[in-house]
Design a protein around this ligand. Structure first.
Ligand SMILES: CC(=O)N[C@H]1[C@@H](OP(=O)(O)OP(=O)(O)OC[C@H]2O[C@@H](n3ccc(=O)[nH]c3=O)[C@H](O)[C@@H]2O)O[C@H](CO)[C@@H](O)[C@@H]1O
Ligand SMILES: C=C(OP(=O)(O)O)C(=O)O
Length: 457
């Protein structure tokens, strides 16, 4: 097994996933309606924000994904009572016992998600100390946390690196500051927000990320009593306040999940109505989907994505920070691009190693060449550094069945799509990792008429 798959398998095992291998009889269009819930990349941060409130928070449309379970476990370790609310997908997060909780067993969640790093600001405010275990998340590059540590140090955190993780204290409290991010990192922007809202005085962040999930986190923090303005040119200003209350919020839908099902509709010649998907957050994706030859209808309650017949066309894509084409969308779309007539190019500019999933597609018959040059109009941070971060996809190619070990979340979903579009029977293992970000995906595949068997069921 390759090291990536080993990491992924270990991460899956850590969060207790079952039904890890599925056998797929491909070659049939996916058709039907599924619903997407709140975004993994917002919900997990919204759960952390509840730590900042003096009163309980209510979060709605929480998806049943393992990243939510990991963050729930971390919050409970820190004394937050987490209970299910009256409506399906509703969580009630009560932080009143945080001060009296002991930090035990936090290491049990090490390596399962990247979220623990975002506990630092809230815990420093509430307890004056924080311990962060080794982080997980998809292995799609080095994934350093230098921006996070620099940001926290600027607020006044004292950081001590230990063999088992990172310990932080704030002997003088946390004080607002001026910060400039060298790259608009989603996580580092969230770190600033979650720390600045309760810091003493004002914070000015330039070079901020402005993804829709960040804007929704800002909505939540404002509901809690924070004062945050988002100005032009990636500048966010925060005025610290003395206390925050809990919030009630319905999470933004998961645009990454929606784009993945859209790509599945295109690659399998299918027709999928994604309930809960909205146009504004998907504008950039929809343009590319249309250029490739996919069709969509926007409805009040979701978006219908379908293959309208005819040939698919090649495209040139560069992934980028918002409002660009999101990095999490490229893997599922690449499967559809193997069916386009001509040469497509994908230049990945956000992560330096996000083409690990391509090896399995090549084994299945795809014609994909990987390059370390920047194959796009923008030279990126990875050019001239031997990172294989551009792909040339020549199509159409018939995909045939294979045995695949899923390497990471989005790569894994793209492997599912490939197996569903390929003729024959594929065995896809380590699918548990897909539950990190795709709630109930086995049920949804059934709703869409996929022909597969979960081993052991
Ligand atoms: C849980 C979550 O929300 N994950 C999303 C988040 O990840 P995440 O928040 O980890 O991604 P970032 O935006 O921080 O990373 C972007 C780039 O900045 C670099 N970087 C980041 C932090 C740091 O301290 N130093 C540094 O060099 C990263 O290596 C990467 O090359 O945004 C990514 C980019 O939209 C998405 O793909 C992930 O799905
Ligand atoms: C890379 C991803 O997530 P994470 O940052 O949680 O690993 C993803 O959602 O595709």
């Amino acid at each position: 097994m390759n090291p990536l798959a080993q990491d992924a398998r270990a991460a899956g095992a850590r969060v207790g996933l079952t039904g890890d291998t599925i056998t797929i009889n491909g070659g049939q269009p996916l058709k039907g309606r599924i619903e997407v819930k709140g975004a993994k990349n917002l919900v997990t941060k919204a759960m952390v924000a509840a730590l900042l409130g003096e009163t309980p928070s209510i979060l709605r449309d929480v998806p049943d994904i393992s990243d939510v379970r990991v963050v729930r476990g971390l919050l409970e370790v820190h004394g937050v009572k987490v209970a299910l609310g009256a409506e399906p997908g509703e969580l009630i997060l009560d932080p009143k016992d945080v001060e009296s909780a002991h930090m035990v067993d936090i290491d049990a969640h090490a390596g399962s998600s990247r979220i623990p790093i975002l506990f630092c600001g809230p815990l420093l405010h509430r307890l004056g100390e924080a311990f962060i275990p080794d982080l997980g998340g998809c292995r799609i590059g080095d994934r350093p946390i230098d921006f996070h540590l620099e940001v926290l140090a600027k607020f006044g955190a004292v950081i001590e690196k230990l063999p088992s993780g990172i310990r932080m204290t704030a002997p003088e409290g946390l004080v607002g500051t001026k910060i400039e991010l060298p790259y608009p990192s989603v996580g580092a922007t969230e770190q600033v927000l979650l720390t600045a809202v309760r810091a003493t005085g004002k914070t000015e962040l330039t070079g901020a990320a402005i993804e829709p999930e960040i804007m929704d986190l800002i909505n939540i923090l404002q509901k809690m009593g924070a004062i945050i303005s988002v100005d032009t040119d990636r500048v966010i200003r925060i005025e610290g306040v003395d206390s925050l209350t809990g919030y009630t919020h319905r999470a933004l839908f998961d645009r990454n999940e929606a784009a993945s099902w859209a790509a599945a509709a295109l690659a399998t010649n299918g027709d999928i109505f994604v309930g809960g998907a909205r146009q504004p957050e998907m504008l950039t994706f929809l343009n590319v989907f249309r250029k490739v030859g996919g069709a969509f209808d926007i409805h009040d309650d979701g978006i219908r994505f379908y293959h309208p017949g005819g040939e698919l066309s090649p495209v040139v894509i560069e992934t980028d920070v918002h409002p660009g084409f999101m990095t999490d969308w490229q893997q599922p779309l690449v499967v559809a691009l193997t069916q386009a007539h001509g040469v497509s190019i994908v230049h990945e500019t956000v992560y330096e190693q996000r083409f690990g999933f391509v090896e399995a597609l090549i084994d299945m018959g795809a014609n994909i060449q990987l390059q370390s040059d920047c194959l796009g109009s923008h030279p990126c941070r990875f050019g001239q550094r031997n990172f294989v971060h551009s792909a040339i996809i020549s199509g159409p190619t018939t995909l045939h069945a294979a045995d695949i070990v899923v390497p990471d979340l989005r790569g894994g979903f793209s492997h599912l799509i490939a197996a569903l579009s390929a003729e024959g029977t594929s065995r896809v293992s380590n699918v548990g990792i897909i539950s990190r970000g795709y709630g109930d995906f086995i049920t949804k595949l059934r709703q869409l008429g996929a022909n597969f068997v979960v081993e052991g069921e």
